[in-house]
Write a protein that binds this ligand. Structure first.
Ligand SMILES: [Cu+2]
Length: 158
């Protein structure tokens, strides 16, 4: 039952979403360009994972990253790491703006997408699909490269 649902979800997204694959692991949705999406490998039994990428907005208007989903996790939330009273803390944020002509960076110790209740561990070298929804540009499905634990995104830039 569950696997059937997951399979039809993947199929439906593959059909509904069109995206352009550029060189160097980049994707484009309307005026947005998504660069170097990567995740960190997770230890066995880990229930959560983190995804990072950049979004460049060539549009005249700001856009917003509203939500994301992936078949390999039960949920995806937008998180921000920030220093609060001298301690790095992670907190959920409802959405994040991508300024006109600007770049939004999801990176270690900053904004990231948190994968909740992983259905499988993230193994270095593997890829998985992630569907992003923006307020104006709509949805785009990207392929996320899993790098080593603690990676800063070097391999995804090649
Ligand atoms: Cu987080």
């Amino acid at each position: 039952m569950l696997s059937l649902t997951a399979r039809s979800f993947v199929l439906c997204c593959a059909l509904a979403v069109s995206f352009t694959v550029l060189g160097a692991h980049e994707y484009r949705a309307d005026q947005l360009r998504i660069g170097h999406p990567f995740a960190r490998a997770t230890p066995p039994g880990a229930r959560t994972g983190a995804v990072f990428f950049t979004v460049d907005n060539a549009a005249k208007e700001a856009d917003r990253l509203l939500r994301a989903s992936t078949p390999i996790a039960a949920g995806v939330v937008l998180h921000q790491m920030a220093l609060e009273d001298g301690v790095m803390k992670m907190r959920a944020v409802p959405s994040v703006e991508v300024r006109s002509g600007g770049r939004l960076e999801l990176k270690p110790n900053g904004y990231h997408l948190m994968l909740l209740d992983l259905r499988q561990p993230l193994k270095a070298g593997e890829k998985f699909p992630l569907t992003l929804t923006f307020e104006d540009a709509g949805t785009i499905t990207i392929s996320v490269l899993v790098e080593e634990m603690g990676a800063m995104g070097g391999a995804a830039r090649k």
